[in-house]
Design a protein around this ligand. Structure first.
Ligand code: PLP
Length: 357
């Protein structure tokens, strides 16, 4: 089936706006735009809505009653899966990495507010093993947990629709293939020739969809993916394979090659979702220049990459470039990140003016 005819449920508010960042553009002598996928409008928004639109349609067509997905405790995808489940009368289960934190914060509060069932996996037995052994043990635990959870739901008469991490299935990728078309049409109307579009590179439904969509719809812009976690060559290859599978599944007939994917791996910071002051500098910069709130796990890194690439000359001055704001602000209010910001924004040496008469 042609992707344009692929059915979806419109949960969010599309199209999302594109606007220029005037202060940053002046500061960096570059025309910097932003696409506001943080405003997809559903339960605090974010990129996962575009994928869930297609996944939800598939789940409902198959008469499923539960959406089951995966992620870290601060998964934005989990929160939005819980949101569409609530809205469409489904149950939602989220299988989460690691044991349950002592305190709920950030997305965890929202997940519970939205009525999701959370299943935590205790990986403490093999937490300290080498990367390879950990990965193997983790996979076993994940499979076992998934089977148990599905069985539990089925015993109460439910039918489970399983969604992979980040909603990045072959079908989920359709969300950002079509976003490429949306961007192309919007830019045409705005009469802007966009050179580059930046996005975070995580479970890759977003970058992969954009890469495929840019080719399929023959856009002027080139997508640039900024890695949000450290990835070795093998892990990158796995992502390329996923993009190839999505290409086949969606019958796009694009020539998928690692050689012409622009992926940057230098702006991860310390590690995936680990608070780091370098990324936070850019989160603060966006807030203070443009009053737009980025997140410390994804968009802060993508924005950092964009600015540092201008500064290093990888992106030429006077280019037209755009950041996709993929959402994620609830992560600011997670324990780890808010703790780190306490020290910078509210720590020793912080003095408010107290006026007395
Ligand atoms: C999931 C996520 C991303 C990355 O998207 P992928 O499709 O997983 O690569 C970027 N930004 C935010 C806020 C996210 O939640």
């Amino acid at each position: 089936m042609k992707i344009e005819q692929l059915q979806k449920i419109n949960t969010g508010f599309l199209n999302t706006p594109i606007h220029k960042l005037e202060n940053l553009s002046r500061k960096y002598n570059t025309n910097i735009y932003i696409k506001r996928d943080d405003l997809t409008g559903f339960a605090l928004g974010g990129n996962k809505i575009r994928k869930l639109d297609y996944l939800l349609k598939d789940a409902l067509d198959n008469e499923c009653t539960v959406l089951l997905t995966y992620g870290g405790p601060q998964t934005n995808h989990g929160r939005l899966t819980a949101a569409v489940s609530a809205r469409f009368g489904l149950k939602c289960g989220i299988i989460m990495d690691g044991p349950a934190p002592q305190k709920a914060s950030g997305n965890l509060i929202l997940d519970k507010m939205l009525g999701a069932d959370l299943f935590f996996m205790d990986d403490s037995n093999f937490k300290k093993k080498s990367k390879e052994i950990y990965a193997e043990k983790y996979k076993q635990l994940l499979n076992k947990t998934t089977k148990k959870v599905i069985k539990m739901y089925e015993e109460s008469g439910d039918k489970v629709y399983v969604i992979p991490v980040g909603g990045s299935s072959e079908l989920g990728a359709a969300g950002y293939v079509m976003a490429a078309k949306e961007i192309k049409d919007q830019l045409q109307e705005m009469r802007i020739n966009m050179d580059y579009v930046f996005t975070g590179f995580g479970s890759v439904g977003t970058f992969g969809g954009l890469y495929l969509g840019a080719k399929y719809f023959n856009t002027e812009f080139t997508p640039i993916g900024i890695a949000v976690s450290h990835k070795n060559d093998l892990e990158i290859q796995e992502k390329v394979d996923y993009i190839k599978e999505a290409n086949e599944f969606l019958e796009l007939d694009v020539d998928v090659k690692l050689d012409d994917m622009w992926i940057e791996k230098e702006y991860v910071g310390i590690s995936y979702n680990v608070p780091d002051s370098e990324t936070r500098k850019y989160v603060y910069m966006m807030a203070r220049e443009e009053a737009i709130i980025l997140d410390p796990c994804y968009t802060g890194k993508a924005f950092r990459g964009m600015i540092e690439m201008i500064e290093s000359g990888k992106i030429k001055e006077n280019s037209n470039i755009m950041l996709i704001h993929t959402g994620g602000a609830p992560g600011l209010f997670s324990e780890g990140h808010s703790e780190a910001m306490q020290q910078e924004l509210w720590g020793e040496g912080h003095k408010e003016f107290i006026l007395r008469n």
